[in-house]
Design a protein around this ligand. Structure first.
Ligand code: GCU
Length: 334
């Protein structure tokens, strides 16, 4: 049986697709710029939004006004699962989708969001910009989309109501929201708690109503979505650095001229460097704002968590491709 979340996402996709398809032709008729509708589930303050804007400006300039992005933030086009369906169907061209959702199409992506696979942000930046993931990124074309590049979303940590968590034992019995993927559920178990999969938009009220004891995310999203109001205890477990993937509709991409496609691909890849810089710049302010609204950030000894998650790393690496990707990422560690 399909879950209620899945049904809701299908209905949202259908409605949004109908809306988008009716809007599309008029826009094209009015001017000759091709508008690339882009779904984004975070706010305009998010560094990824700003990197996308920068990408759009460069694309418009380098293609003499032929293409530009129209970014729809705040889950306006549905949650990430619904947005990915819109990209697959061609109702929209682009979306930023968290790796765990793309992993539902190809298990090899799981490696990019394994607990403690990157040592630090610099290591992750190297992995995303070195070209080692190119084959993986083009592996989903038969599903109607391709990954153009990966963005950082920092390191994720646990945050809870009631009290901070310091050890895996303190996570025992805690219901923590995770993104909708098996790996994320397993990750939460290895951290000592219970993972409850749901879309980002439902998290605040689920914590408020006591359905959840907390969630896990990066400081920027934590602050932006005001989740400190319902879960003020942020514990720096830094357990996973999830990649966010810029995905594109495959038909749209292959119908571009070779020259435009090359420009488009190059600028999309280059937007990753821009995004990493913007992310680093935004981090402190997000933390300070959350603190000024009552959040406390607690340092945690991550070794016991790492030790518990080591087993999961080997359990998740089942295919030869996964092992190869893992080794390539680890080889970039200093
Ligand atoms: C991060 C990530 C998003 C993701 C969100 C979530 O903010 O950047 O892509 O959707 O976490 O937890 O759902």
């Amino acid at each position: 049986m399909k879950s209620p979340i899945f049904k809701k996402s299908l209905i949202t996709s259908a409605l949004v697709a109908a809306f988008l398809l009716t809007g599309c032709n008029d826009e094209k008729a009015e001017n000759s710029t091709v508008i690339l509708k882009t779904a984004f589930n975070q706010s305009e303050n998010n560094p990824q939004f700003k990197a996308l804007e920068d990408f759009s400006q460069k694309l418009e300039k380098e293609t003499q006004g032929k293409y530009k992005l129209e970014i729809h933030p705040n889950e306006l086009l549905g949650d990430q699962r619904a947005s990915l369906e819109l990209v697959q169907s061609g109702a929209i061209q682009l979306a930023v989708i968290a790796n765990p959702l793309v992993e539902n199409f190809n298990k090899n992506f799981a490696v990019l969001a394994m607990p403690y696979v990157y040592d630090n942000p610099e290591h992750q930046r190297k992995a995303f910009t070195s070209g080692i993931l190119d084959n993986l990124f083009s592996s989903t074309t038969s599903q109607g989309f391709e990954v153009l590049t990966a963005y950082t979303a920092g390191a994720r940590s646990m945050y809870t109501k009631g009290a901070a968590v310091h050890t895996p034992a303190e996570m025992n019995g805690k219901k923590i929201r995770v993104m909708q993927s098996d790996t994320m559920i397993k990750m939460l178990s290895c951290m000592g708690g219970t993972g409850v999969p749901m879309g980002q938009g439902e998290v605040y009220s689920a914590i408020q109503q006591g359905v959840l004891d907390g969630a896990e995310n990066n400081e920027i999203t934590y602050n932006d979505l005001k989740q400190y109001e319902v879960a003020p205890f942020f514990s720096n477990t830094r357990h996973v650095m999830v990649a966010d993937l810029l995905v594109v509709n495959n038909t749209f991409l292959t119908q571009m001229s070779a020259e435009d496609q090359a420009t488009f691909r190059r600028l999309a890849k280059a937007s990753t460097e821009v995004e990493f810089d913007m992310w680093n710049q935004a981090l402190d302010a997000a933390k300070k704002n959350a603190i000024s609204h009552g959040a406390t950030f607690t340092d945690v000894d991550i070794k016991p968590f790492q030790a518990r998650c080591e087993k999961l790393q080997s359990q998740l690496l089942t295919t030869p491709e996964q092992k190869e990707i893992f080794q390539k990422i680890r080889a970039l560690s200093e």
